[in-house]
Design a protein around this ligand. Structure first.
Ligand SMILES: Nc1nc2c(c(=O)[nH]1)N[C@H]1C(S)=C(S)[C@@H](COP(=O)(O)OP(=O)(O)OC[C@H]3O[C@@H](n4cnc5c(N)ncnc54)[C@H](O)[C@@H]3O)O[C@H]1N2
Ligand code: MOO
Ligand SMILES: [Mg+2]
Length: 419
């Protein structure tokens, strides 16, 4: 195995990876299971919304003509002839100065054209009086004012959000066509690793990467497949990964990807005959992040160091998994923020710093969320974004403008955008 690797710019690495993503096709799911999935067809309105002209307030439906001339000194009386609660309607034809008692959401009978709110009336024995004239359409939601049958409401490629689910329900789509989600297997490697439940032993640490990556998948709406820890033994690891290739579309491993004696992933990719897309990225942390491909299946070799592992997932796995689902906006958005703390280190390579974003006086600020090294784990816990410092820059000082990757949001962007 060669120990010399050629670093590629993170943009080029991402581009190279995205080029090789295979989209997975579509399937039909219940609207109840659709949240977070990517819409495979434009969602079109099957009816007007509102479906019928309805009252927007609780009160009385009248014909506006009967209210003409009303004033504080000349209150106009109305007689209530019928009640129209939501869910019903009436074909009764109002005569002059007659009114329906009507509730929010009820269909406006054809002989009425405006609604007087309860608060705008004074009660009488058989009805009410009003003190001003009403114009047609007051307190009424018109049929089709929001959208018309056939309108495209949400476009193909959009991630289904709670509002999309409400829209599916509104139009009676009990099922919806979505893009298939990749089956993703997660495997951590390392003889030094213990399970979460285990007692600590000398020289050993608990495996935090598998649960972290499983949660990063979950944040994207993907239920990953958790594989049990493996020691750094070539045969067991090779056999395990070969078996995983039959079970999942994507394999995410953590650890064993650098140049150490027990870093076996490079040798495994070689033995499998996988094509290595890149194995060194000009970035910190996560420079050893390796992505390979075998029969259109992507193998993400994330670094074992937790912060590097985290960044490797967000930068590479996340957009690729989104694109496999044909998401129109697969990348995490980058926003402008004000750096809230000096960062004196120079940045020969692109630097990704787990950060706390906060909002003050209408501005977004970002500060590193703690100990900032590749092996850090606790700073990830306090982060809700990642500060992106371009390669070839000197230190930054408090108050400088920086870009921040919004890792915690579900809204996407159409490009990677890192300089
Ligand atoms: N001679 C060189 N050595 C190293 C280089 C290099 O370029 N030349 N790169 C360094 C960098 S940068 C990184 S990052 C690490 C990457 O190492 P690996 O991806 O091979 O990961 P491991 O060696 O397996 O582990 C590294 C570190 O992380 C801990 N770890 C591993 N798995 C987990 C886990 N599931 N949960 C928590 N912590 C984990 C492990 O104990 C090690 O401390 O290589 C440098 N070396
Ligand atoms: O890959 Mo290492 O995380 O650059 O420190
Ligand atoms: Mg190693």
């Amino acid at each position: 195995m060669t120990l010399n690797r050629t670093p590629v710019h993170v943009n080029d690495a991402v581009a190279k990876l995205m080029e090789r993503v295979t989209e997975l096709g579509t399937e039909t799911v219940s609207y109840k299971e659709s949240y977070g999935r990517v819409l495979a067809k434009d969602l079109t309105a099957t009816s007007d919304v509102p479906l019928f002209t309805k009252s927007a307030m609780d009160g009385f439906a009248i014909h506006s003509q009967s209210s003409q001339g009303a004033s504080g000194d000349n209150r106009v009386p109305f007689k209530v002839v019928e009640e129209v609660p939501a869910g019903s309607s009436s074909d009764y034809v109002l005569k002059e100065n007659e009114a329906f008692r009507i509730m929010t959401g009820a269909e406006i009978p054809e002989s009425a054209d405006t609604v007087v709110m309860f608060e705008q009336t004074k009660e009488t024995e058989d009805g009410f009086t009003i003190r001003r004239a009403f114009t047609p359409g007051e307190n009424i939601a018109q049929k089709g004012e929001e959208c018309k049958v056939g309108d495209i409401i949400v476009e193909k490629g959009t991630v289904i959000n709670p509002g999309t689910v409400a829209t599916l329900a509104t139009f009676g789509y009990s099922e919806v066509e979505v893009f298939k989600q990749p089956a993703v297997g997660v495997l951590s490697t390392g003889t030094e690793l213990l399970e979460v439940e285990d007692e600590l032993e000398r020289g050993k640490i608990r495996n935090s990467n598998t649960p972290m990556v499983m949660s990063q998948l979950k944040r994207m709406g993907i239920e990953g497949k958790h594989y049990k820890l493996e020691t750094d033994d070539f045969d067991t690891l090779y056999t395990r990964i070969k078996a995983m290739l039959d079970e999942v579309d994507v394999i995410i491993t953590t650890g064993g990807v650098s140049v150490g004696d027990y870093d076996l992933l490079p040798k495994i990719y070689d033995e499998l005959g996988a094509e290595v897309l890149f194995n060194k990225v000009a970035m910190r942390p996560g420079s050893v992040t390796t992505v390979s491909i075998l029969n259109d299946k992507l193998l993400f070799g994330l670094s074992g160091n937790p912060s590097a592992c985290y960044s490797g997932f967000e930068l590479f796995a996340r957009p690729a998994l989104n694109l496999m689902q044909s998401a129109a906006l697969p990348f995490a958005p980058l926003i402008d923020a004000v750096l809230d703390e000096d960062h004196s280190k120079a940045n020969p390579f692109s630097r990704f710093i787990r950060a706390e974003l906060f909002f003050k006086e209408g501005k977004i600020y970002a500060r590193p969320s703690g100990f900032n090294k590749s092996n850090a784990v606790t700073s990830i816990a306090r982060s809700n974004g990642v500060i992106v410092l371009p390669g070839g820059t000197r230190g930054f000082v408090k108050g400088d403008a920086v870009k921040v990757m919004m890792t915690d949001v579900t809204t996407g962007a159409d490009n990677f955008g890192v300089e």
